[in-house]
Design a protein around this ligand. Sequence first.
Ligand SMILES: [Zn+2]
Length: 693
Amino acid sequence: MKKIVALICGLSIIVACNKNGDKSQEKKSKLSGMKIAMVKENARGIINNTKSPHVKLKSIDIGDCQWTEGFWADKWKRAEETMIPYMGTLLKGDIGHGLNNFKIAAGLKEGEHQGWWWHDGDFYKWMEASIYIYAVNKDEKIVQEMDEIINIIGKAQQENGYLSTPIIIREDLEPFSNRKYHELYNSGHLLTSACIHHRVTGRTNFLDIAIKHADYLYDLFVPIKPELERFGFNQTQIMGLVELYRTVNDERYLELAEQFINLRGTYDIKDTTATVGYPIGDMVQERVPLRDETEAVGHAVLALYYYAGAADVYAETGEKALIDALNRLWDNVTNKKMYVTGAIGQTHYGRSSRLDKIEEGFIDEYMMPNMTAYNETCANICNSMFNYRMLTLTGDSKHGDIMELVLHNSALSGIGIGGKDYYYSNPLRKIEGALDYDKMNVEFPERQPYLECFCCPPNLVRTIAKSPAWAYSKTENGIAVNLYGGNRLKTTLMDGSTIALSQKSNYPWDGVVEIHIEESKSEPFEILLRIPAWAEGSKAKVNDEIFENIAAGNFFRYERSWKTGDIIYLNMPLEAKLIEGHPRIEEVRNQVAVKRGPVVYALESPDLPEGTDITSVYISNSEKLKPVHKPDVLGGVTTLETDLLIRKDHLTNMYNEVNRPKLETYSTQLIPYYTWSNRGQGEMTVFMPIIWD
Ligand SMILES: [Zn+2]
């Protein structure tokens, strides 16, 4: 079987063609002497779903779209120039110690493992981010550096394929003896990162390590031994295995991916030697089989990686029970457990509705604390990853809306404007002195230049780095626009014809988007534009043809014979709106948030008179919210200028008899939520009590 894999893998390289359909130019890596050839076009997506039978929207190839101007171009540039190099300095040095761990495991360096059990996985995420950057900027130094690192990783890998440095370094620990060692998390990111590296560079050195490791996993977990049945709980390996299956076409990897879904909920929930030391049951989504589950429970990152992996499996198998469960869970997350910022995971510590102890995750429906909201950056990103997959499976634009919501709010809030400091949790309110941060291990009063648990920062930078490849999808005969922002796309449609277009936009600060067709086939094909659910009253114009009041919450579809010079104009009204929660969210009763387009706004201390408590501020339903673009503020943002009301009396008792309070008007601004905590420490709130005229 393994020989066949190698043959298939080799075949995919031998027959690889470049963009012009020619045999690609093979070259040899100086370091390894391996043959390098471009992977076939339409097989280089973030998720390579071109041949997946149950997918409606297919990936564009990584590198086919590049941000050119505006919001995401700025963020991407910051990732290229600052975020990823800075993070590399941390991880390759003694602070992050990520590369050191591989060197020690490889016998190239003396020392002990440092960082959490899953630190290898976080290092692979940084590598993945670097490769996305290379896909656009083609800086060969990135590939050379990756070659050197991959060489070390290869030396660290054990002869049988095992690869997780904490266990390799510590001789007192056995592989897969306790699931708290998170070995499969490291596996998942290894497989994903290696597949992306292969797709972008054509190299096989990382992929070979991944295949050797996946073969080891297959032999270990198929057929399953009782002592191993509960290991697949931190489920990045499901996504990684499906991606490896798509890369080398070995069905064993898909079988193993599905195995990690099928095992859940099939055994007694009690501690064993393999589980002791980490919460069990709903915390790790093992109490109920996925296909029967009705509620999102447990650790939010584990849950959403699980759902994202299951979506990848469904893309290949088309099993109805799986997509039904995913739709049900999407509805539960989105409509009963998600914050207005797209963030998920309401609490650090709590219990599931079935009374299992949980950490960093979901609690009861509609229970949405603001100040103690956990909302791990990774969980929010996982929400967008799950929604990206659901978008491809269903073609339903509501999933694009959630991706956009997360990206513009609860993902970006995880990193500072300068790109060198991080938040792990993303609450919706901060009150000075209310929390004892000294007692907390991942919540901080301000962003930190390094986090000991380093899962979130590389997850976020790889997301920014790959965001252009999320911006478009291919339909059967056309292209769908998922995300807006200045960019240029040149890709091949599913029939092999070329399309080139450029998007001009100052989104999300401005709702006007222009799409210029630069090259296309002469036969008719469709272009789909995602009209967000908030964009009621949107208008479009295709050359001189006008479309008024396009339905919001849908893709606007237009099919015609396009030609070079055609222009699509889209105008989404960007009014600032007050948003209230469902009446069952007690924490926001009689309070409102402010949202303009996809951007959620916040009020922060620097915009209030000194000494003002954030909880003293009220907002009136009748005050104007005036957008003012400030290129020099917080990295370039549109703020909302408005008059707020500040209550002058201070309540100190637990309960107080009500007297009409004195309220003073104060002219100030609201800032985009993702930019909070870039102007020193202070207070912040997303929701404010409303005063009705
Ligand atoms: Zn994280």
